[in-house]
Design a binder for this molecule. Structure first.
Ligand SMILES: Cc1cc2nc3c(=O)[nH]c(=O)nc-3n(C[C@H](O)[C@H](O)[C@H](O)COP(=O)(O)OP(=O)(O)OC[C@H]3O[C@@H](n4cnc5c(N)ncnc54)[C@H](O)[C@@H]3O)c2cc1C
Length: 371
């Protein structure tokens, strides 16, 4: 374990909008610092999540359609390699290493400094909608809305069981837009608000640090519950997938369903530019049942696995950052060929002994180039 928590300096150059972030900073630290400069960046949705893991795996956040992945904002990094060398990586310095950092996970080194280019941003418009009616009808309306939606809007649909006071149970939609026009946002959402059971809780202008959520509380003395299910990046959220996702959640008392819209700037990045898979995806979806004793028996686990596998068969790839298992078979599903081979070749250059392997591991290619 290498603890980077003390490496949390954040330096901003307002003239170039370049932001240098210590490898152990959290997104809450970054958002608060940037807000003071009238800047924002595409991150995740939670303040206490680390810049390191989220960026290296991709980073699908509130602004993914407006600005792309967190990894897409990266322009440079300082990396401590497996041999202990300290190197700079960017499009011009060790470009292979830099390429691998933008979605390849923690496979190629320890990043002690991330350099991003931020965007001008004062506030955001943020909407929360409650969903108490037909989940499938709501999701179909949301999907239809997002098909031609302007990239400034990213939407998230989440249906969770009661976990703690910070995460109330039930289904809801959150919408984040990188402008401050409340009326335009309300009229944009009209087709979804017209679905019976969907109501606007709040549509308001808020600061970006303020819309980052806090991590749901947990009891450190209790082992975290298992999670049976998975995630996938979907080219299309077609009706069959909607029905299967809604069915997965509806038949289990303690299960989560989470979807976030893609497209926009996310899809504008050429697939070969980063290791992140499935740039043609229009939705990210995750579903899982909590494996809590008394709630899920062996047959229940098997059924959830079977149902999830059928859903995942519709997807293009698995997203590393929401994948709880480090089963080597999972990593293969995150990086299709030729991305896998390119990552393995870069791994061979920078970490031939596979020092960094307690992750979604891409083992180094062998001497003859096979991976
Ligand atoms: C409450 C919550 C909300 C989330 N929301 C989102 C979201 O909105 N969007 C999204 O895309 N993901 C989200 N995630 C998933 C998140 O991206 C992953 O859990 C990610 O691994 C978190 O990174 P970390 O640095 O906090 O975690 P850590 O456990 O510290 O790191 C995870 C792994 O990343 C690698 N790593 C981390 N930092 C470095 C570094 N500096 N150099 C080299 N390797 C490093 C290591 O392999 C490490 O084991 C969320 C997770 C949680 C728990």
């Amino acid at each position: 374990m290498i603890d980077l928590a003390e490496l949390r300096d954040i330096r901003v150059d307002p003239a170039t909008r370049r932001v240098s972030v210590g490898g152990g900073a959290t997104w809450g630290d970054v958002a608060r610092t940037l807000a003071g400069e009238g800047l924002g960046i595409s991150s995740g949705d939670t303040a206490s999540v680390g810049v390191g893991g989220l960026t290296l795996g991709g980073g699908i956040g509130w602004m993914v359609r407006a600005w792309g992945l967190a990894a897409d904002q990266l322009v440079g990094a300082q990396v401590v390699t497996a041999s202990g060398e300290v190197v700079e990586a960017s499009a011009t310095e060790h470009p292979d290493l830099f390429w691998a950092l933008r979605g390849g996970g923690g496979n190629v080194g320890v990043v002690t400094r991330f350099d991003f280019v931020a965007h001008a941003l004062n506030d955001v418009v943020f909407a929360t909608l409650r969903v108490s009616g037909d989940a499938a009808a709501t999701l179909r309306a949301l999907r239809d809305l997002m098909r031609d939606a302007p990239p400034q809007f990213t939407v998230t649909y989440m249906d969770v069981p009661a976990m703690d006071p910070n995460a109330p149970a039930g289904a809801g939609i959150t919408v984040c837009g990188i402008d401050t026009d409340v009326a335009a946002t309300r009229s944009f959402l009209e087709p979804v608000l017209a679905v019976p059971g969907v109501s606007a809780e709040e549509i308001a202008v808020r600061s970006y640090p303020d819309v980052l959520m806090e991590m749901p509380g947990y009891d450190p003395d209790q082992p975290p519950p298992g999670f049976v299910g998975g995630n996938t990046l979907l080219a299309e959220l077609d009706d069959d997938v909607v029905d299967a996702l809604v069915g997965f959640r509806a038949t289990r008392p303690a299960a989560v369903l989470f979807l976030r819209s893609l497209g926009g700037a996310y899809g504008d990045v050429a697939p070969a530019d980063t290791p992140f898979p499935a740039r043609s995806a229009t939705w990210f979806a995750m579903a899982g049942a909590f494996d809590v004793p008394g709630l899920l028996d062996a047959a229940g686990v098997a059924a959830a696995e079977r149902e999830w596998a059928a859903i995942e068969a519709h997807g293009l790839a698995r997203y590393a950052n929401f994948s709880v298992s480090t089963d080597p078979e999972w990593a293969r599903r995150m990086y299709p060929e030729p991305v896998w081979s390119r990552l393995a070749a870069i791994k061979r250059t920078w970490d031939p002994g596979n020092l960094f392997r307690r992750n979604h591991n891409v083992p180094p290619a062998s001497a003859d180039g096979t991976s």
